[in-house]
Write a protein that binds this ligand. Sequence first.
Ligand SMILES: Cc1cc2nc3c(=O)[nH]c(=O)nc-3n(C[C@H](O)[C@H](O)[C@H](O)COP(=O)(O)O)c2cc1C
Length: 465
Amino acid sequence: MTGAMAQTAATSRRPGQLRLGVILEGAGTTAEGWRRPDIRPDASIDIQTYIAQARRAEAALLDFIFIADSLFITSDSAPHLLNRLEPLTMLSAVAGATSRIGLVATVSTMFSEPFTVARQLASLDLISQGRAAWNIVTSAVPAASLNHSRPGDFGATDRYVRAEEHVAVCRALWDTFEDDAFIYDKASGAYVDRSKVHSLNFKGDYFQVAGPMNIQSSKQGRPVLFQAGASTQGRDLAARYGDAIFAMTSNMDTAKAYADDVRSRAVGFGRRREDIIFMPRISPIIGTTEAEVDTLYREITRLAKIEDAVRNFGVFFDGYDFSRHRLDDPFPAIAVAAAPADVLAPRADPLKYIETTTPERFAREARRRGLTLREAALEFATPRTEFMGTPEAVADALERWFQAHAADGFIIRGGDFESFARNCIPILQARGLFRVDYEADTLRGNLGLPAAVNRYAAARERQPA
Ligand SMILES: Cc1cc2nc3c(=O)[nH]c(=O)nc-3n(C[C@H](O)[C@H](O)[C@H](O)COP(=O)(O)O)c2cc1C
């Protein structure tokens, strides 16, 4: 490469580094995953397992661990969903056993009052010394309502309007104490500066909250906010409040379109495009050779329960009942025919197809490769993605997405995290794409997010002296 070309390549390279988190899922969310020799069957209720995993993630310099959650079980629930620790309680114990890694907990806006949620998260934030984060979810499923004295379903709009108000109240509550409100002057007896403690007197459609809260904020100002909305309302919530956005797509163009859309919406809410960290979910499968990767992949699909895979598969094809076909016959043509006629036409709005593009493409691919329904359903449950391969190949894929602005980082799911940490992270570090030491002692600092400014302190600053 000539000097001039090298300079062009160097200057066109995107600056910055990847953000990485890992989902901890105890005994696993597939029906049979708990039978793997390396999995403790009771891992989802074993705090020592979580502590050990969090410490390994911290040793690998990850930004955070993430604990997903739901509020109901069914007779088909996978082991991890059936019997697991509540995220905030569990992360409070993990906080005491770690010092740098961020702690992200899913909490629903549907069934707890904002005062309770804000207080619990503020407590985790103080216990962890500024490492707490909230993954805001709206719990779509009616089954959760049946456990919370609210029979009936909620429409998406209602859920997200409520969530918007809920988060607005939490944000306001976290500001009720200014950062320097506590004086702690034993000599004068001045404990707190009352002029720096603020009421709310909020009266909304869903919540009425007088305030102030009964806990101060941590050194990161307030907990970091994560969101993963895919619907229009969900993306608006993410754009208005999200510091980091999770997404579920294994297609780079879709990921980029989604990130662009959420960033544009954020600008509409008075934020900067770069204030949002976009993190697709990936399940890397890493081996030293392609043959080893293939063996690992087949082992994972073998452990999936075929009835679950076929039932779940149908959900993505408008609820089509695949069980009427024989498992070992070729993939049925009807599923492809059920897709819209313009399936091959270029998409005017890739986001419109964020949920549907993958199944359509997958169905065509299944017919082309001559897969049976069994093989197709198992592959769909665990898709083959760009993030399967040798450590270099996986690092290449991560870098490709990062350079294309389809991701600022990734949330890693699956048992292969240890292999990812051991084999891929050193490659990313050698390429300057991942940290070699934590930059800060708060999650907000490590994620490189703007400081959280207390609204009352900011208003005071703006006032003429
Ligand atoms: C990485 C990731 C993690 C998620 N974690 C949870 C979770 O813990 N609990 C939950 O109820 N939903 C979770 N979701 C679902 C999202 O909150 C959201 O409901 C979903 O993406 C669909 O978007 P919508 O609600 O706008 O339709 C998660 C989604 C992603 C991509």
